[in-house]
Design a protein around this ligand. Structure first.
Ligand SMILES: *Cc1c(COP(=O)(O)O)cnc(C)c1O
Length: 387
C-alpha cells in the first residue's frame, strides 16, 4: 500500500511517555490531561483512550458534547471529564446523567444546571476570574454564585467539586497576584459556608515552573503533546517527545530551466536548472501561507525551504540536483529524529505558538496512530472493536 499523500502521524507511545513523566513530576498533585480542540488536533478518541489505559483519572475537554463522545466510546465514570465552555442553549441533562463535571461561572449558568438535575446531583466546579477575563466569576459576582451553589448543594441538587481559575501567564508577578486573588475567593467561599474540596489553577507552564500554584491538580495539555511553552526550552530539554509528525509524499517532480518562476505570483525564481518537487500540503491543511521563506521541510534527511507561494493544496520545493523522487517522504515537522524542524520551531518562525500549528492541521490530513496500538482500550478501539 502506498503512503497517503498527507498525514499526521500521532505517536501514542510518546504521548504515554510524556504523560507518565509529567505525572511523576507532579506527584502527589493530580494531573488533568487537557484534550480540547480534538486533543490539540491529534484526534480526541485515541489520545483519550491512551490516557485512560495509562490510568488517568481526570480529562479536560472544554465542551459537554466532547465529554459525551468520550463516554460513548467507553470512558467510564471512574474518569472525571471536566468541561467549562457551554453553549447558552445547551440542555445539561445528558451531561449530568453521564457524570460530566461542569465548570460554572455565574448564577444564571448555575441555575440552568440546577434546573436540569433529575435523579443525580450535578458535579460543579466554580470558576473564578482571576484576571484573564474569559470565564469565571468576577469579585462582584462571586458571593452570589457561592451562595447559590451552597444552597443547591444543601438541597442535594449539585455537588460542588472544586474551585478553579486560569492564569494569564503574563508575568510571575501577575500570576502571583491572580493566585492570591483566587485564594481570597476560596476563603470567602469557606466563610460563606461552602467547602471547596479541590482547587485547580495551573496549566502547562505554571504547573512546571511554579510549584506553589499546583494546588490539588494541574491541568496540562501542551506538555503532554511535547510542545512545552517556556521561551527557549525544547521538548528534549525536558525529556518530553513531540507527539505529532506531519508528513507527505512527493507527488510530482519536474526539471525546469534557470529563471523559472515558481507558484503564484512568481515570488521565487530558480537560479539554475533544477528539480522542483511538489508537496501536496497547502494552507487548507494548516501550512500557513506565511510559511514561505520561514520554515524548512525535510526530504531524505536534507532540509529545503518552501519555494514560492504556499497554495491551498500544495507547495513546491527546489531540490537542485538532489535525487528526489515521486513517493519520497517529506517531513514538515516532527520530533527531530531525521533532522526535521519541530512544532516549536514552526511556531517561533511563524510568530505564533506550537499549539496553533497543530490545532490548525486540517481535516483532510489523515491521522494515523503509531505505538501502543496493540494493547488496551486504545488498541481495541483502533482495531475497530468499540467498547
Ligand atoms: C487550554 C487550557 C489548559 C491547558 O493549557 P496548556 O497550556 O496547553 O497546558 C488548561 N486550562 C484551561 C482552562 C485551558 O483552557
Amino acid at each position: 500500500m502506498s503512503a497517503p499523500l498527507r498525514r499526521a502521524v500521532v505517536d501514542l507511545d510518546a504521548y504515554r511517555a510524556n504523560l507518565d513523566l509529567v505525572r511523576s513530576w507532579m506527584e502527589p498533585v493530580e494531573l488533568m490531561a487537557i484534550m480540547k480542540a480534538d486533543a490539540y488536533g491529534h484526534g480526541l478518541d485515541a489520545i483519550a483512550l491512551t490516557a485512560v489505559d495509562a490510568g488517568i483519572r481526570w480529562i479536560g475537554v472544554l465542551t459537554v458534547p466532547a465529554a459525551l463522545r468520550l463516554r460513548s466510546i467507553g470512558v467510564g465514570e471512574d474518569v472525571r471529564l471536566f468541561t467549562w465552555q457551554h453553549d447558552p442553549g445547551l440542555d445539561f441533562r445528558d451531561a449530568i446523567d453521564s457524570a460530566v463535571d461542569l465548570g460554572v461561572s455565574n448564577v444564571a449558568e448555575l441555575q440552568r444546571v440546577v434546573d436540569a438535575v433529575d435523579h443525580r446531583p450535578a458535579r460543579v466546579h466554580l470558576g473564578v476570574d482571576s484576571g484573564l477575563h474569559r470565564d469565571g466569576a468576577t469579585v462582584g459576582e462571586w458571593p452570589a454564585l457561592v451562595e447559590a451553589a451552597r444552597d443547591a448543594q444543601r438541597a442535594g441538587r449539585i455537588e460542588v467539586v472544586a474551585a478553579y481559575t486560569h492564569l494569564a501567564e503574563s508575568s510571575d508577578a501577575d500570576d502571583a497576584a491572580a493566585v492570591a486573588h483566587f485564594d481570597a475567593m476560596v476563603e470567602q467561599a469557606e466563610d460563606l459556608g461552602l467547602d471547596i474540596r479541590w482547587e485547580h489553577v495551573a496549566a502547562s507552564l505554571a504547573g512546571l515552573e511554579r510549584k506553589e500554584f499546583r494546588k490539588d491538580m494541574v491541568r496540562m495539555g501542551a506538555n503532554l503533546f511535547g510542545i512545552p511553552g517556556a521561551d527557549g526550552v525544547s521538548a528534549a530539554d525536558l525529556g518530553l517527545t513531540q507527539v505529532m509528525t506531519l508528513t507527505a509524499s512527493v507527488a510530482k517532480t519536474k526539471r525546469v530551466p534557470v529563471g523559472t518562476g515558481v507558484s503564484y505570483d512568481y515570488t521565487y525564481r530558480t537560479d539554475a536548472e533544477t528539480t522542483l518537487a511538489l508537496v501536496p500540503v497547502g494552507y487548507a491543511d494548516g501550512v500557513p501561507r506565511a510559511a514561505q521563506g520561514r520554515v524548512e521541510v525535510t526530504i531524505n534527511g536534507t532540509r529545503y525551504p518552501i519555494a514560492g507561494r504556499v497554495a491551498m493544496d500544495q507547495f513546491l520545493v527546489d531540490v537542485g540536483d538532489d535525487d528526489v523522487r515521486v513517493g519520497d517522504p517529506v517531513t514538515l515537522f516532527g520530533p527531530g529524529e531525521d533532522g526535521e524542524q519541530s512544532v516549536l520551531e514552526w511556531g517561533r518562525a511563524l510568530d505564533t505558538i506550537g499549539e496553533e500549528i497543530v490545532c490548525r492541521i486540517g481535516g483532510r490530513v489523515q491521522r494515523t496512530y503509531e505505538g501502543h496500538s496493540g494493547e488496551g482500550r486504545v488498541g481495541a478501539y483502533l482495531r475497530g472493536e468499540r467498547a
